[in-house]
Design a protein around this ligand. Structure first.
Ligand code: NAP
Ligand code: 3JN
Length: 334
């Protein structure tokens, strides 16, 4: 691959910093790198490959002469600036929800639908983190026995809500342990020692009673898997975990797969690690998945309430496979 000129928009955020780390670790062939954020971060220095680089303010003319722009600066910013990048022939890989459901924009998890990348018209969307790890595991099962319905409950780490949310968990935990008040600022309720069945933290609920995060899982799954008939029912929950989203995924299949067959299918699946030895108390954990790029699956068992049902426990690093790693993978395919 010829070295590329790469922009990272939202470079100072949790996801942006992970993008820099992944570009470096995967030795992505970078000729020049430009780090972009808001006025707040003008001149802040971030390290890339041992070099200190000053952050610039994201602007309409930031992209001239650049090949790829990795965006993680929020939906409004992507909506406004991604078209300027595309116009300058700088292909956008966008981490926000701004473009995901646009029929002109491919929504890509390379293990599932890498072929869609070539349909891009200047913008490619990275799915929501909870959707990404679920479809990595659903796709091989779909190919083997066709998934018809999924019921999923998530246990999402605070790092999914950004750097201020991580600080809130740490500060509240300390406060509670000190016997002090744990006042919520980012989350709608105390997150330390608690579970909150609401993601995101504001304007979460849609008219049908589901949150926008839950509806992302419903709609994005159909688009990525290329099957509008897959029915998905999601409940998304914030838990006091730093990094690593966990999911209980209940899958209904057209054809029966035994547990042994499902394990075999998943063992061969790209990007999946099966960790499933209950006798040794071996199963995926957020603490184990954090810092890894793969999606881990375990607790694979038959659904006793459905003849063709399986139940799985799926865990992945929400900042890596759920965001930065998936985006860099897409850039590599490009
Ligand atoms: P974060 O830690 O709060 O960082 C936000 C980043 O966006 C910072 O770099 C910030 O720059 C930048 N930014 C905000 N407003 C901007 C503006 N008007 N112009 C330029 N830059 C601006 O949040 P994060 O966790 O990294 O998440 C960032 C975004 O990534 C989210 O809003 C979301 O769209 C996406 N995301 C996607 C997933 C996923 O599921 N795939 C997961 C998490 C996040 P300053 O430092 O200058 O404020
Ligand atoms: O909260 C999480 O665990 C995942 C959060 C994702 C997120 C946070 C802020 C804005 C998104 C997203 O990727 O869906 C967005 C967004 O809508 O862009």
């Amino acid at each position: 691959m010829n070295p590329k000129n790469v922009c990272v928009a939202g470079a100072t955020g949790v996801v942006g910093r992970h993008m820099l780390q992944v570009l470096e670790e995967r030795n992505f062939p970078v000729k020049n790198i430009k780090l972009l954020a808001s006025e707040r971060s003008r001149g802040v220095k971030l390290k890339f490959k041992g070099e200190e680089i000053a952050v610039e303010v994201l602007a309409e003319d930031s992209f001239k002469g650049f090949d790829v722009a990795l965006f993680s600066a929020g939906g409004g910013t992507s909506k406004r600036f991604a078209p300027y990048a595309a116009k300058a022939d700088c292909v956008v890989v966008d981490n926000s929800s701004a473009w995901r459901m646009d029929p002109e924009v491919p929504l890509v998890v390379p293990e599932v639908n890498a072929g869609d990348i070539r349909k891009h018209k200047g913008i490619i969307a990275n799915p929501n983190c909870s959707t990404i790890q679920m479809v990595v595991v659903l796709k091989p099962l779909h190919d083997a026995a066709r998934v018809t319905r999924v019921i999923v409950s998530t246990y999402q780490a605070v790092s999914g809500a950004g750097s201020a949310a991580i600080n809130e968990l740490l500060e509240q935990t300390q406060a509670v342990l000190n016997g002090e008040q744990a006042a919520p600022k980012i989350f709608p309720h105390q997150i330390a020692f608690n579970c909150i069945p609401q993601i995101p933290q504001s304007d979460a609920f849609t008219e049908n009673g589901y949150t926008s995060e839950e509806m992302k899982m419903v709609n994005e799954t159909k688009k990525i898997m290329g099957d509008p008939d897959i029915r998905v029912c999601a409940t998304t929950v914030r838990v006091p975990v730093h990094t690593g989203h966990s999911e209980s995924v209940n899958v209904e299949l057209e054809k029966k797969l035994t547990v042994a067959q499902a394990r075999e299918v998943l063992r061969k699946a790209p990007g999946v690690i099966v960790l499933d030895d209950p006798a040794k108390q071996e199963y995926p954990l957020a603490t184990l998945a954090a810092g890894r790029s793969e999606t881990f699956v375990g607790r694979i068992r038959e659904d006793l309430s459905h003849p063709n049902g399986l139940v799985l426990w799926v865990v992945s690093d929400n900042l890596l496979k759920g965001a930065a790693y998936n985006a860099v993978q897409i850039a590599e395919y490009l």
